[in-house]
Design a binder for this molecule. Structure first.
Ligand code: ZN
Length: 136
């Protein structure tokens, strides 16, 4: 079975992967990887800052709780800003079949794309390992 990377849209590509469990034959799945260039990273980072600081600003009007909410959202916004600024690739819609229980599902991955990475089956709860197929 030969799977090759193909370009889905600008900056996004379909990345095939292999899921390995404790038992069973490793299965194949795929994920859409969205890559961001420098400008896109800045735009995403600023959008995140805008959103969370906007929420912080709205929290000013909540009595008492604003002492906690305003600084919290402010700091969280900064955290999101730097996280997004450093995120070059994001994984979206990862789909795969669990090699242990055979359930096809949308997998939950770390927000920042990396491989290999551990994933958990939503159905049987077993820990799986996501790896990239060997280059041909
Ligand atoms: Zn499973």
């Amino acid at each position: 079975m030969i799977e090759t990377e193909r370009v889905v849209s600008k900056g996004a590509r379909l990345q095939p992967f292999i899921l390995t469990g404790y038992h069973g034959v490793p299965t194949h799945g795929s994920v859409t990887i969205q890559a961001f260039d420098r400008e896109q990273r800045w735009r995403r980072a600023l959008a995140g800052l805008d959103k969370w600081w906007g929420i912080a600003l709205l929290s000013v009007f909540i009595p008492v709780a604003h002492f906690l909410l305003v600084p919290s959202f402010f700091v969280y916004g900064l955290g999101q800003f730097f996280q997004r600024l450093g995120t070059a690739e994001v994984a979206a819609a990862p789909r795969g079949t669990c090699p242990d229980c055979g359930a096809e599902q949308v997998l939950e991955l770390a927000p920042r794309w990396r491989a290999p990475q551990p994933v958990t089956c939503r159905h049987c709860g077993r820990g799986l390992r996501l790896t990239l197929p060997n280059p041909p």
